[in-house]
Ligand binder design. Sequence first.
Ligand code: 5CU
Length: 377
Amino acid sequence: MAASKIRVVDIHTHMYPPSYIKILEARTTIPLVRTFPQTPEPRLILLEAEAKALEEATNDPAAKPPGRPLTSHFASLAQKIHFMDTHGIDISVISLANPWLDFLSASESGKIGESVNQEFSRMCGEHPGRLFFFAALPLTAPLDTLLAAISHVQSLQYCRGIILGTSGLGKGLDDPALLPIFEALAAANLTIFLHPHYGLPNEVWGPRASAEYGHVLPLALGFPMETTIAVTRMYLSGVFDKVRDLRMILAHSGGTLPFLAGRIESCILHDGQLVREGKAGKGRRTIWEVLKEQIYLDAVIYSEVGLKAAIDASGADRLMFGTDHPFFPPLETDEQGEWESVSLNADAVTKAVGEGSGEAKAIMGGNAISILRLDQN
Ligand code: 5CU
C-alpha cells in the first residue's frame, strides 16, 4: 500500500482584507496605517506598546518609523496562495488579524463585521478545498446583533469557527455576560480561536523598551501571558463547566499554560478562600482535564521544548500546525521565498515527535482536518 501523503494545514494564518485596511488608513489612533516621510511603504501600527514610537515619529521626521511595513502579504489573496505553495501548505484556515473588530463603535461593528466575514467567505470560495476561515465577531455591538452574527457565520460554507481576542465584551472572558455567546458558539459547533492582542501594560517593559528592544517584549512575552491569564480566568470562573461543548484553540501553544498549569493547580489547592467556598474540592475538573477535553493548541511556539510541553499538556491529537503569516517575514532574504518563521515551527514538530511519524502527520494537518471538518466543503 502506498504511504499516505502528509497533508499540511495552517490554522494560524491571518489577513486584513482591503476594506479593513481602508478603515485603518482613516484612523488617527492605534490601530492604524500611516505613511511616514522616512519610509516608502505604509506602516501598520497595531500595538499599544508602539504608542510612544508613533508619537516620536509624528513629531520628528528623522525618528525611526513605528510599526511594521504593510506589505502585500497582509491583504493579497494571491500572495497568501503563493505563500502556501512555497511552503507546501495544502489548506489554510485564514482569520482576520488583531485587533479584529474590537475598536469599532457599537453602531458600526455589526455591519462592518458582516461585510468582512462575507469577504473572507468569498476569498475561500475562490479556492474551494484550500481555504477555510475563522470569522470575526462584532463584540462591541448589542447582544442581539452579536447573536445574529453567529447565526450568519454559521451559515457560511467555509467558516469553521471564530477568532476571539481576550477583551470579550470589555471585561475579559470570565464575564458572565459572555455566557450566551459561548453557548451559541458551542451550539453552532463553531470552534473559538483565541488570540492575544492587548499584551501587558507598557510600564512592565520599562523605559528602555520602546527605543531599544523593538517588539520583542510585547510579542514574545506580553502575548503569551495575556492568553494564559485570559484562559485561567475563564477556568476559575467555571466557564468550561458551564459550557461543556465549548471548544477553543489557543494561539502560541497556549501561551504559557502548559508550563504553568501545575502551578495554577497548586495555587487553587492551597487557596484558603477557594477551599472554604468549596471550589477546590472533590469533583472539580482540574485545568489539566480541561486542557485535554475542551482545549486545542496551535503549534506556533518555534521550539521543540515548548512544543513538547504543549503535547504533554494537551496531547499530540490536540495540536495543530500554524505559521502566523503574514507576521514574522524574513528580514534578510526574499519575502517571496521560504520563511524561517515557518521552518522553525515545522522543525520543532519533527524534533518533538519524529519526522514522518503518525504524531507528526496529525500535528501538521490530520488533527485540523478532523477537528475542523476540513474534508467537508
Ligand atoms: O508583529 C505583530 O505585531 C504581531 C501581531 O500584531 N499579531 C500577530 O498575530 N503576530 C504578530
